[in-house]
Design a binder for this molecule. Structure first.
Ligand code: NDP
Length: 273
């Protein structure tokens, strides 16, 4: 039997085991996927092998600190120095990051030329690179300059939140901050209203509950309904989670994503992330 795990702290909330185990069940694969509360990243490699794992997902707060235990990093994870998936190939651990694919799948059919990312943490990094891979012009704004250095050094346009140019319009505004966890807005309300008045898509990475960022986008849509103009498309982070899991499962099992997608989407619709 193959064994997989998701490592993080906290980890009890993770829906990954439900999604992955359902795929194994539906595809008749002899495998199990478990949650593992990781207290520290020390000796992770020994732990991985002593558990007899074939692969793993990595979530907060270890996406960066576990990179050093991999023998090779592939794809976009190399650009950003953060992984969310590890696959064992013989005695080697290969690190990947499928969050970017997970994000992009939500918008692949949209016509987006320029994007504004609010926040400069780990998820902003992966989103910035995946958007650039698709020739989308990326702007990043954050509340402090320290975390903007990475983006600046990689050739992205950056500014502090209070330097956002409000007469510019962005096709998509992405909230990649943790503000929604704290039930707050990433930038002052009137500034966000200004941005929303000129955008087509509002995307918040948060999932599982209402957030103030997307509530404000819905208010903008009420105004647009009255004016009979096109609504903002509103997207939360639930499908990003789904698609990163489809991509990770495809790497774990070496099976095409479209075969994984069918059962995983079936379970996703049942658990209503
Ligand atoms: P990080 O901690 O790496 O980065 C958080 C960023 O948000 C930092 O730039 C931080 O600013 C900024 N920030 C935090 N609080 C506020 C606030 N109140 N106002 C303005 N800016 C703020 O987090 P991640 O990038 O890993 O995750 C960000 C969010 O995305 C989380 O809510 C996470 O749950 C979600 N997420 C969702 C995924 C999905 O699959 N749907 C996948 C990954 C993440 P500073 O630089 O000043 O500290």
């Amino acid at each position: 039997m193959k064994l997989f795990a998701v490592f993080g702290n906290p980890i009890n909330h993770s829906k990954s085991p439900i999604l992955h185990n359902f795929v194994f069940y539906k595809l008749g694969i002899d495998a199990r996927y478990i949650r593992y509360l990781l207290e520290s990243s020390d000796n992770f490699r020994d732990l991985f092998f002593s558990l007899g794992l074939n692969g793993a997902n990595i979530t907060l707060p270890y996406k960066e600190s576990l990179v050093k235990y991999c023998d090779e990093i592939r794809g976009i994870a190399k650009n950003i120095g953060a992984i969310n998936t590890i696959v064992r190939e013989d005695s080697n651990l290969i690190g990947y990051n499928t969050d970017g694919i997970g994000f992009y799948k939500n918008i692949e059919n949209e016509n987006i030329k320029n994007a504004l990312i609010l926040g400069a943490g780990g998820s902003a990094r992966v989103i910035a690179f995946v958007l650039r891979q698709h020739n989308i012009n990326v702007n990043i704004a954050n509340r402090n300059s320290k975390n903007l250095d990475f983006f600046h050094n990689n050739g992205f346009k950056v500014c502090l939140n209070n330097e956002i140019v409000y007469n510019e319009s962005f096709d998509i505004i992405i909230n990649a901050t943790s503000s929604s966890i704290n039930d707050s807005l990433p930038i002052p309300r009137n500034n966000l209203e200004n941005l929303f008045s000129k955008t087509n898509i509002a995307f918040d990475l948060m999932y599982g509950r209402e957030c103030r960022f997307l509530e404000l986008a819905k208010i903008e849509n009420l105004k647009r309904n009255n004016l009979k103009t096109q609504n903002i498309k509103i997207i939360d982070g639930s499908k990003m989670l789904l698609y990163q899991a489809i991509s990770a499962s495809s790497l774990f099992l070496n099976i095409e994503e479209n075969i994984i997608a069918k059962p995983m989407k079936e379970m996703y619709s049942i658990i209503n992330l």
